[in-house]
Design a protein around this ligand. Sequence first.
Ligand code: KIV
Ligand code: NA
Length: 263
Amino acid sequence: VRRITAPQITRRKGGDPIVSLTSYHAHTAAIVDKYADFILVGDSLGMVMHGMESTVGVSLELMIMHGKAVVRGTSRALVVVDMPFGTYEESPSVAFRNAARVMKETQCGAVKLEGGARMAETIRFLSERGIPVMAHIGLTPQSVNVMGGFKTQGRDEDSWTSHEEDARAVAEAGAFALVLEGMVEPLAARITKQIAIPTIGIGASAECDGQILVLEDMLGLNPTPPKFVKVYGNLGGQIEAAVKAYSEEVKDRSFPGESEVYR
Ligand code: KIV
Ligand code: NA
């Protein structure tokens, strides 16, 4: 099966909602691959997989390692890999060098980076040179130290113009889609109407052209999920029950049983 491409995602603007989830891991990615149009190897893996307090500490090598795992585990969905903090902000040429490394080493189909108007020149530079770019505005977690926390954007209507300008700037620069994270619902709906590329919401609006969630959050593995997460599973509870049962069976010597030993 040929994979879904970045231009195919762009052509979904205003059509059937685009389905996406994050994944960092081959076996879960293979399941997500059956239903998602694209899979994001998000730098949220720093927090989810590696226990970091923010995404600021994530390295390019870590993104490449998990990007490879997800590409190997999938065949259908577009795989998008996040550019981590510090690998693309400095200049278009630095961004190109690092994004090209991600594309070559992981064989993913696109990268994502955070920022609006300030990243427009870089988005144009990359997309004109063979690297499809997904943009990401609103709550941008790599800027947590400047924002002073993970804060919902657009609560003050006076700030809407600057978010709308960011969305237009990345769309005009050639981004193939745009993640809207952590912003008030009417602002996300307005931006979706104003730009020609699909918007992908997370903590945004049902009017976005698609939705994304962090897989572990929606599976019920995060004990303190943000308000915008709908929890569709109880993997935390299931894992705990399984680990507890195993622990008891080891202690009472009922594991391994007859079928788990070689006679
Ligand atoms: O890193 C991530 O998981 C993301 C999504 C939440 C959009 O950037
Ligand atoms: Na991210």
